[in-house]
Design a protein around this ligand. Structure first.
Ligand SMILES: NC(=O)c1ccc[n+]([C@@H]2O[C@H](COP(=O)([O-])OP(=O)(O)OC[C@H]3O[C@@H](n4cnc5c(N)ncnc54)[C@H](OP(=O)(O)O)[C@@H]3O)[C@@H](O)[C@H]2O)c1
Length: 198
């Protein structure tokens, strides 16, 4: 798959590196071309990467997404993965429905929420397996776009979970803020979820 990545920070390097290792063509657009080139030899402008990619990972701060999407131009038909967390002080959401806002600005793109629940160190793992169980990755979006991103989740050695339409993305965003808040307060958030018999 031709995967464009917007941004050249931790999430871009972690997920981009995994997908390149899995055989995908990874291309990067970022303010810092040198950092982009550390992730992939294929570096371009926001609009060049948008035009040539089938799937694009938005790996910039939540507050910068609108600027980057505007610079990318026409994103129609592209699967646009939103992994951003709009979280401010006290682990509070600064935007109530980030993914829906992106869908409004990226006209005719297929916006998907995924990869926002785990820290970057998890996405660097090959594969992320905990207690013998592969990491499950919920994905919200249209069925077709979720299917596309599911294959990218499997390439990480993770299990994709179809978590419903993009209207449910705000639940994932709130879940992340709530759980991170518990962790910041020193609680074992994982202990809230006992394993269920399968
Ligand atoms: N880190 C995590 O554990 C984690 C986990 C899940 C989701 N996320 C989400 O993933 C996204 C990326 O996080 P990250 O940890 O990879 O961040 P990061 O390491 O700080 O990298 C951010 C990238 O965005 C670029 N950027 C910042 N402001 C920009 C702007 N106004 N216009 C264009 N590019 C801009 C940075 O460019 P410069 O180098 O030029 O500043 C850098 O390439 C965030 O939305 C975050 O909420 C992070």
């Amino acid at each position: 798959m031709r995967i464009g990545i917007f941004g050249a920070g931790g999430m871009a390097a972690a997920l981009g590196g995994q997908w390149a290792a899995a055989g995908h063509e990874v291309m990067v657009a970022a303010r810092d071309q040198a950092k982009a080139a550390e992730i992939s030899p294929k570096v371009g402008t926001w609009s060049e990467i948008a035009r040539t990619s089938e799937v694009i990972l938005l790996a910039v701060p939540a507050a910068s997404v609108a600027e980057v999407v505007a610079a990318a131009g026409d994103l129609s038909g592209k699967v646009l993965i939103d992994c951003t967390n709009a979280v401010g002080p006290g682990a509070r959401l600064t935007v109530p429905d980030q993914a829906a806002g992106i869908a409004l600005s990226a006209k005719d793109a297929h916006v998907v929420k995924a990869f926002n629940l785990c820290a970057v160190d998890v996405w660097r793992m090959t594969p992320p397996v905990f207690g013998g169980r592969p990491l499950a990755v919920p994905i919200c979006g249209s069925p077709e776009a979720v299917a596309t991103v599911s294959s990218l989740v499997r390439d990480l050695g993770c299990t994709p979970l179809n978590a419903g339409g993009l209207d449910r993305a705000k639940l994932m965003e709130a879940t992340m803020a709530f759980m991170v808040g518990l962790w910041f307060d020193g609680h074992d958030a994982q202990a809230c979820f006992p394993p269920l018999p399968v």
